[in-house]
Design a binder for this molecule. Structure first.
Ligand code: GLC
Length: 628
């Protein structure tokens, strides 16, 4: 009887009516005739998760339903850190929140912290137990407590959810090894090389250096196991609905602990199809849709971020293309923008960036980018030969130039990076290194040349101005707020010696932060002050709402990148000088866009555009709006 229905039951019923058809269609595309059975299991999981949802998180759910564009707001500011490297433990992080507040952080991504396997664990991306926290970092209760503390400060907790694989030591894998057929079906295994060889014909290699091939022989099972990444990371079989139900339950449990955003690690790889690269298959999006809409029912406050480091043509689908519009991830990494920033900086030429950014179809207006300069991973030169050719470059030669440049091998290079995963088959050489070291601060400080230091500081700030101005959640990588350099001791820690990505995963240097605070004129002080300033300006700028696209405007000079945003409050032009030269250009196109005068929001200066020419300073970022 409807009158007997409790408020909580009514809420569940309404949400189920609203979103279950989208769960059903996602599941039906993958599980076909089993869809009713799977949907019934999904409902059971969601009912118990909804019933267990703590009161304060229910309130957050209501607040988010009233502000569905919360992730798109210019006040969103991300920060990405390893718990131990930032503050030792989860409780330690709670004691170090003032620094994040001083930066205006509203989104905190703590790198993988669920219990990984012992020994090598790919920086935590080999999870052995989804129900406990890495013991040296704390407990699940510490995680809930930290999430609550963050919420009080208006910060959302973001965690990795590694959906493609688990550690070979995970209970599911152990049971599979022990011969339990239910758990064998969680993985993809073969008795001999016939099928692996057939798959290998079209599969790329993710870690050609330390994990060649995509399959690993398991002696105890006497079978080949699908392992896209390292030998100890076992790919999951998402064709099995049990895997879907397990993950739904894990997400709901963590969401009820206070996790607000899930970073879906290696999401592109979860569906395998013979004769393909086994990335970006349509089923990936069907499954994401089912998962996303299911989580909406039990925890509407939660959002998904896709970690899909794929080509622009494939990327938009992760934000919802066609039938999936508005139904999959809320956010995705803009890997291409990141790569292009570094390419333009080395080349002092933005033409390739123009071509690459122009390739992007508009994303759904309800979604947002995760924009970033650096992250915990290496930089791979995701530049296609076609894009390079359209910019008058040879793709292979340009990628080789970038690797040489950032490894510090090219003449005139200001960068100090390391080559990661040299693949002799393709010639690819990826690059590790911190933002400041890649942008020239390390060499400049060694040279003690004030001009070079000024350039390096300006480069560091300008790159960040682009990601803060692009529209999306800027993801500030720990240490970059003050220009921390490469960690010279990266290889001395046990287990890190073979993986030079640790060169840009330092421990937070609190002494350097204190010194930067004490001396704002020092190089690190200038970066810190400049970053805080940019973040503050961003927060006050409605033009930066992520529902609006940044579009490339053909630049009047190859050294400049010009972006335009057409927000209903008015047009905004952003100009970035990717060179150490002063660039003079015709003012007329800018006046046509903005009128006779513009205000630069970053410097606060008024620009007269009713003139012949304007000059853009070395590495200057400009955020121009019409000045009335
Ligand atoms: C993602 C992570 C990377 C990890 C991989 C495998 O790409 O960012 O660090 O190696 O997934 O989980």
């Amino acid at each position: 009887m409807a009158s007997m229905e409790s408020a909580a039951d009514r809420t569940f019923r309404l949400r189920w009516e609203r979103w279950s058809p989208d769960i059903r269609s996602g599941l039906a595309a993958v599980h076909h005739d089993r869809v009713d059975e799977v949907l019934a299991r999904v409902e059971t999981i969601l009912r118990s998760a909804a019933a267990a949802r703590p009161d304060d998180l229910r309130e957050l759910d209501e607040a988010r339903l009233l502000r569905p564009d919360w992730l798109q707001d210019p006040s969103m500011m991300g920060y990405v850190a390893y718990t131990d490297r930032y503050a030792g433990t989860l409780t330690g992080v709670g004691e170090r929140l003032d620094h994040l507040t001083s930066l205006g952080v509203s989104y905190l991504h703590l790198m993988p912290l669920l219990r990984p396997r012992e020994g090598a664990n790919d920086g935590g991306y080999a999870v052995a137990d989804h129900r406990s926290v890495r013991p040296d970092l704390g407990t699940m209760d510490d995680l809930s407590a930290l999430a609550a503390q963050l919420r009080e400060r208006g910060m959302s907790l973001v965690l990795d959810l590694v959906v493609n694989h688990v550690a070979a030591e995970h209970e599911w894998a152990e049971r599979a090894i022990a011969g339990d057929q239910k758990y064998r079906d969680y993985f993809i295994t073969y008795p001999d090389r016939t099928e692996p060889d057939a798959w290998e014909r079209t599969l790329p290699e993710v870690f050609p250096d330390f994990a060649p091939g995509n399959f690993t022989w398991n002696e105890r099972m006497g079978r080949w196991v699908w392992t896209t990444f390292n030998a100890y990371q076992w790919d999951l079989n998402w064709a099995n609905p049990d895997v879907f139900c397990e993950f739904l339950d894990i997400i709901c449990t963590l969401a009820n602990r206070g996790v607000e955003v899930f970073r879906l690690d290696a999401i592109a790889f979860i569906w395998k199809r013979l004769g393909t690269t086994c990335q970006n298959q349509p089923e990936v999006h069907q499954l994401t849709q089912a998962l996303r809409q299911a989580v909406r029912i039990a925890a509407p406050a939660v959002a998904f971020k896709a970690e899909a480091i794929v080509s622009p043509d494939d990327l938009i689908a992760y934000l919802g293309a066609g039938e999936h519009h508005g139904l999959v991830s809320d956010m995705a990494y803009h890997n291409s923008l990141m790569v292009q920033l570094w390419s333009s900086l080395a080349a002092r030429d933005t033409r390739l960036t123009e071509v690459a950014l122009d390739r992007f179809a508009a994303k759904p207006t309800t979604t947002t980018w995760g924009t970033y300069v650096r992250c915990h991973d290496d930089i791979g030169w995701a530049i296609t030969d076609a894009d390079a050719a359209a910019a008058g470059l040879d793709g292979f030669a340009h990628r080789a130039f970038l690797s040489d440049f950032y490894a510090g091998l090219a003449p005139g290079s200001f960068a100090r990076g390391l080559v990661f995963q040299h693949n002799p088959a393709t010639g690819d050489r990826r690059i590790s290194g911190s933002c400041a070291s890649l942008a020239g601060l390390e060499t400049a400080l060694t040279s003690e040349d004030e001009g070079r230091i000024t350039d390096a500081v300006a480069r560091h700030l300008m790159l960040h101005a682009v990601v803060m101005g692009f529209g999306g959640v800027p993801l500030l990588y720990m240490g970059d707020e003050l220009g921390m350099l490469n960690d010279a001791d990266w290889a001395t820690e046990a287990g890190h010696e073979d993986d030079n990505r640790w060169v840009h995963r330092p421990r937070m240097d609190w002494d350097l932060l204190a010194a930067a605070e004490a001396d704002h004129a020092s190089p690190h002080g200038r970066i810190l002050v400049g970053m805080r300033h940019l973040i503050g300006v961003r927060r006050r700028t409605p033009h930066l709402h992520a529902s609006v696209e940044s579009r490339v405007v053909p630049s009047p000079d190859p050294r400049l990148l010009v972006l335009r945003r057409d927000h209903p409050v008015g047009a905004m032009l952003q100009v970035y000088n990717f060179s150490e030269q002063t660039v003079w250009v015709d003012a007329q196109p800018f006046a046509d866009a903005l009128g006779p005068a513009a205000g630069d929001l970053i410097s606060g200066h008024r620009w007269n555009l009713a003139t012949d020419r304007v000059s853009i300073q070395p590495y200057q970022p400009l955020w121009w709006v019409a000045d009335r």
